[in-house]
Design a protein around this ligand. Structure first.
Ligand SMILES: Cc1cc2nc3c(=O)[nH]c(=O)nc-3n(C[C@H](O)[C@H](O)[C@H](O)COP(=O)(O)OP(=O)(O)OC[C@H]3O[C@@H](n4cnc5c(N)ncnc54)[C@H](O)[C@@H]3O)c2cc1C
Length: 486
């Protein structure tokens, strides 16, 4: 199989998928104003893989001679992890903005399951074969693969299989062709992706007192499957003027409520089913690889915050004021701490049980918590440095209206910065920290890789507390006969 082109990708979306947005059924998703910008971004990513100047960074040849996208190569060495970083940075540099759910982040969730082949083999050897097949298939067929983790859960105080069980995704039938599933998932990019790894939601999968087997299911689902309905949220940026909204008009990623109305999942796409141990395992490890790609995006967002704040204070002559420098230094500290986590996570990378090279889990998960916890504070600092013009500047049509140009030039130009150039910078900063899209992105970042409590659980579960306990035992001369809770 070959690397897809942008046009191959566009054509592949014409598969009869059932997509709804703003009260209409979408029949031509590639040209629909809500989806066209982000589909064009993904198409550009596909085309980049064919350009001579990017080939080395974005693609790689496998031992069998097949050429695949660099982001899909199973990481076996630290250099492979560095290659992933180069991939993400090269793509984002070319695009001039940040997109998350474009395939490279979500492939890692299948690698987490690939690591569990031994355990899957004990349950049913076909599961291990299936995950190997799908990891290779995404790479060889260059598929746009996304991630479906979260169900609309209803009343959280009720048990998973109580009266609300019907809202959670579960198996309703099995036949010789496969399993039939019913339920729903939230999923960014589903409407314009090829397939998703659908897996159990966050829950207590160790609870053996209730019958949860029907919910413990993981599979690959084709996004054009009969019975699958994509119910999308309204756009907040797509369709807006690209001059006034340089980021939201291009990079908005549409989120979907994906309804599985008795969807048949063929056996070859079933990665596990009716198996609580697998459900528990995948929930514990799901972001083992993907959070690396995710935090790389937050790093790029931090870079844009610094750049937007810096250019604004430089043009207004504030850079030499120590208090302004201190604010910039806080932004730099934020950026460099994320960078340090990512860099150290690779230099201290660990071999997984499946023989893959995973970023150091403790350093990666603590980096993710740090990056997400402080982003709103840093966005606020950038907002403060850019100043109130961020919120009051008229759009470009007004700024360039010949009838009022004289006033605009007098009150908006500063030094070498024309009113028009200043407005462009303010529009960029607005889309980073002040537009509807900016607000949406902060919520996306907070939740898209699970909510904060689950991210803290990942930190707790991946940090080895033993040395800390032993250090204090020794220093405080505590009795070694004391018992501990594990
Ligand atoms: C823009 C956006 C895009 C998304 N994209 C995707 C996607 O692509 N794929 C996907 O699978 N999901 C996606 N999601 C869903 C996302 O993963 C969930 O929103 C997230 O996991 C939280 O689940 P919930 O919304 O059901 O919140 P709930 O589970 O209801 O939790 C809400 C809040 O309650 C508190 N809380 C709940 N349970 C506990 C607990 N046990 N301990 C402590 N506090 C608790 C926390 O404060 C938590 O944040 C997306 C969400 C958003 C907002």
């Amino acid at each position: 199989m070959a690397l897809l082109t942008g046009d191959d990708y566009r054509r592949s979306l014409n598969d009869g998928r059932e997509v709804y947005i703003d009260g209409e059924r979408v029949y031509d998703i590639v040209n629909h104003p809500a989806f066209k910008p982000i589909i064009d971004v993904k198409a550009r990513m596909y085309d980049m893989n064919h350009e001579a100047k990017y080939k080395d960074k974005l693609t790689v040849k496998l031992s069998d001679g097949d050429e695949i996208c660099r982001a899909f190569k199973l990481p076996k060495t630290k250099d492979d992890l560095k290659g992933i970083r180069t991939y993400v940075e090269t793509v984002l540099d070319d695009l001039g903005g940040v997109v998350y759910r474009v395939g490279d982040e979500t492939i890692g969730e299948m690698w987490s399951l690939y690591d569990a082949q031994d355990r899957l083999n004990e349950i049913d050897p076909t599961y291990a074969e299936n995950i190997k097949h799908h990891v290779a298939r995404v790479a060889k067929e260059d598929l746009f693969h996304v991630s479906a983790n979260t169900d609309p859960k209803g009343d959280r105080s009720k048990l998973i299989n109580g009266e609300d069980g019907g809202t959670l995704l579960h198996i309703v039938a099995e036949n010789d062709k496969g399993i039939v599933v019913r339920g729903a998932k939230f999923e960014t990019a589903a409407a314009y992706a090829h397939q998703a790894f659908v897996k159990p939601t966050i829950s207590n999968w160790s609870n053996s007192s209730v019958n949860m087997e029907n919910y413990a299911v993981g599979f690959i689902c084709d996004m054009g499957s009969p019975g699958l309905k994509h119910i999308c949220r309204s756009p907040v940026g797509a369709g807006k003027d690209p001059v006034n909204y340089p980021l939201s008009s291009k990079f908005e990623e549409i989120d979907t409520l994906l309804i599985f109305d008795d969807v048949l999942i063929p056996w070859e796409n079933v990665l596990f089913h009716r198996n609580l141990e697998s459900a528990k395992y995948i929930r514990e490890t799901v972001h083992r690889y993907s959070s690396y790609n995710y935090v790389l995006r937050i790093l790029r967002r931090a870079d844009y915050l610094i750049g937007a704040a810096l250019l604004n204070v430089e043009q207004t002559g504030l850079t030499k004021i120590p208090a302004v420098q201190q604010k910039l230094s806080e932004l730099i500290n934020y950026r460099e701490t994320i960078n340090a986590h990512l860099t150290a996570a690779v230099s201290e990378a660990q071999l997984s049980s499946g023989g893959l090279m995973m970023p150091n889990q403790s350093l990666l998960y603590t980096g993710r918590v740090f990056a997400l916890k402080h982003f709103p504070e840093m966005a606020h600092l950038a907002r403060e440095l850019v100043g109130g013009q961020l919120a009051v500047t008229p759009d470009m049509e007004t700024m360039t209206d010949p009838q009022i140009k004289e006033y605009i030039d007098r009150f908006y130009s500063v030094g070498e910065w024309s009113a028009e150039e200043r407005a462009k910078l303010l529009y960029f900063a607005r889309d980073m920290v002040n537009s509807s899209y900016a607000g949406h992105q902060i919520t996306f970042e907070l939740f898209a890789q699970s909510p904060p409590f689950a991210q803290h659980a990942a930190v707790f579960n991946n940090y080895d507390l033993t040395p800390n306990r032993e250090m204090v035992m020794k220093a405080a001369n505590l009795s070694s006969s004391l018992a501990f809770q594990s």
